[in-house]
Design a protein around this ligand. Structure first.
Ligand code: GDP
Ligand code: MG
Length: 184
């Protein structure tokens, strides 16, 4: 937007991003690592925040990601439609050391398709990549599911930080790119 003194105003972007996936896959720790660079070895509901706003630099613009965490609702399969409302991005998280959590991704995808916008940007996230000896889901399986469903894909570790920022940034960058194509 052009101001009277001829300066360009920096646009303020705020994107709602939701974390979904089974209980225990590491959603709260991914958020804690990304937003506060913290990790909780024995986390339970204690670290549940409703959402956290994180400033990000995307192509030189300041973008705010408002990242929502289920804070335990998912344990009772009671994630409400309000949780998804207005979300433009989602991280679908499973635990590479627990196959059941990977099998649940289909159900979370259905939830997202039911409750959110058609154009929501999604990334499939195989978390706990540090647990090499306990791996139950191969990288190839993650890649294949992501390709079949048209999702981005990354393996992360909230414990050793690997790919955590990259996973969030992939989603936010794509949303930003879609938006700037529409505006221009
Ligand atoms: P949520 O229920 O999906 O929010 O999962 P939490 O973030 O509460 O994590 C569940 C448990 O997994 C906790 O004991 C965490 O310390 C652990 N955890 C989370 N992320 C990782 C990770 O990347 N690697 C390992 N080894 N443990 C993790
Ligand atoms: Mg949690």
């Amino acid at each position: 937007m052009a101001l009277s003194n001829g300066e360009e105003k920096t646009e303020d972007y705020l994107f709602k991003i939701v974390l979904v996936g089974d209980s225990g896959v590491g959603k709260s720790n991914l958020l804690a690592r990304f937003a506060r660079d913290e990790f909780y070895p024995n986390s339970k509901s204690t670290i549940g925040v409703e959402f956290q706003t994180q400033k990000m630099d995307i192509n030189g613009k300041e973008v705010k990601a408002q990242i929502w965490d289920t804070a335990g609702q998912e344990r009772f399969r009671a994630v409400t439609s309000a949780y998804y409302r207005g979300a433009v991005g989602a991280l679908l998280v499973y635990d590479i050391s627990r196959r059941l959590t990977f099998d649940s991704i289909d159900r979370w995808l259905n939830e997202l398709h039911t409750h959110s916008d058609m154009n929501i940007v999604m990334i499939l996230v195989g978390n706990k990549s540090d647990l090499k000896d306990a791996r139950e889901v191969t990288t190839a399986e993650g890649t294949a599911l992501a390709e079949a469903q048209g999702l981005f894909f990354m393996e992360t570790s909230a414990l050793d930080s690997s790919n955590v920022a990259a996973a969030f940034e992939t989603v936010v960058k794509e949303i930003y790119n879609i938006l700037s194509r529409k505006v221009m």
